[in-house]
Write a protein that binds this ligand. Structure first.
Ligand code: DAH
Length: 345
């Protein structure tokens, strides 16, 4: 009888040692079989009463060995399987894949729009001129045929510097015209991109800061036809050959005659509606023949030279190009807004 029990133990030891455990499911089955609450070793313990006294010690040892063998196999194989699944996970990583580089930044839509405009004019010989944002009254207004009592000064609500009546934040890039004309001799052919400031209430359509690109061409015998052709070239390049444009007579103190140019944009989206004030036309620039007074204010002989100038707003063009419905988005630098321009070059 006791031989029988010892044989049982030996058979179970073989079973434990040869049990096939190749995966987690088999390991779990093994655990339930030999280490679980109703495991197969337990009933063997109960057989102790059939073992003669002198063999009881030996029996106890042998049964314990069974338990230890089961625990040992379980722990070893559990560790092995863990290692295996880790290295499998590692093998899934594609080491040749490009590293995630995070948000590398994006060009701001204002910069992109300005860049496009600059490119177009550089192709026909215009040179970029950058100038100061803090200007004096003379270059911003007086030289531009807008003396102190001129009503046109009210058109542009000015930020003056604290304690100064002559120093101001430029209200338009036209101040670069007087800077260029006083410092250079014709021919002059420049474009001046930059930021301008006006004391206006901030809303979806207007802001107290915005950007313009100014253009100025002075030489002998420059005509209104040259201006029209230059601006036509610009709109064709910027908006495509089939965009409808129109010149409307207008008034600016520094040009005579003066005009404004509109591009037909369409009236499909809400943004189109808001920005074109429901007309479908987008006014993109003011322009005209440089007033002879401006030429002589800046030391250029108006009998010998003539020229044209224009000044265009950037925000509105950017808003329509990228379907941005609110000008304030352009100045808030919200990362969620900026991220959308990652693919724009
Ligand atoms: N400076 C004008 C403005 O800010 C725009 C402008 C109109 C510029 C006519 C010019 C021009 O150079 O000739 O509204």
């Amino acid at each position: 009888m006791s031989d029988n029990v010892f044989n049982k133990i030996a058979a179970m030891m073989t079973e434990i040692q040869s049990y096939t455990i190749d995966n987690a499911e088999q390991l779990e089955a093994f655990r339930i079989q030999y280490l679980g609450s109703k495991n197969a070793i337990k009933p063997i313990f109960g057989e102790i009463r059939n073992v003669p006294n002198e063999q009881k010690k030996d029996f106890g040892q042998k049964v314990n060995e069974l338990k230890q063998a089961a625990e040992g196999r379980f722990n070893t194989i559990q560790t092995l399987l863990k290692k295996q699944s880790q290295s499998e996970a590692a093998a899934d990583i594609d080491l040749s894949a490009p590293a995630y580089s995070g948000f590398g930044g994006a060009r701001h839509p204002i910069a992109t729009t300005m860049g496009k405009i600059i490119d177009i004019f550089e192709r026909i010989g215009f040179v970029v001129a950058e100038e100061r944002e803090i200007e004096d009254d003379w270059h911003n207004f007086t030289a531009m045929n807008t003396p102190e009592d001129h009503p046109a000064r009210d058109m542009q609500d000015t930020f003056y510097l604290k304690d100064s009546v002559t120093r101001l934040l430029r209200t338009h890039t036209s101040s670069v015209q007087s800077r260029m004309m006083t410092a250079n001799k014709p021919p002059i052919r420049i474009i001046a991109p930059g930021r301008v400031y006006r004391n206006e209430t901030i809303s979806a359509r207007s802001h107290c800061q915005f950007h313009q690109v100014e253009g100025l061409y002075i030489d002998e015998k420059v005509s209104f036809a040259d201006m029209k052709q230059t601006l036509l070239y610009f709109t064709r390049e910027m908006y495509g050959a089939d965009k409808e444009i129109r010149l409307r007579p207008s008034y600016f103190p520094f040009t005579e005659p003066s005009a404004e140019m509109d591009v037909y944009w369409g009236l499909e989206s809400e943004t189109d509606y808001k920005i074109t004030k429901g007309t479908g036309y987008l006014e993109i620039l003011g322009c005209g023949m440089v007033d002879p007074n401006v030429l002589s204010n800046c030391g250029i002989d108006p009998d010998k030279y003539s020229g044209f100038a224009f000044g265009m707003g950037i925000e509105r063009q950017a808003m329509l190009l990228y379907n941005i419905g609110d000008i304030r988005l352009l100045f808030e630098n919200d990362i969620r807004f900026l991220k959308q321009f990652q693919s724009v070059i």
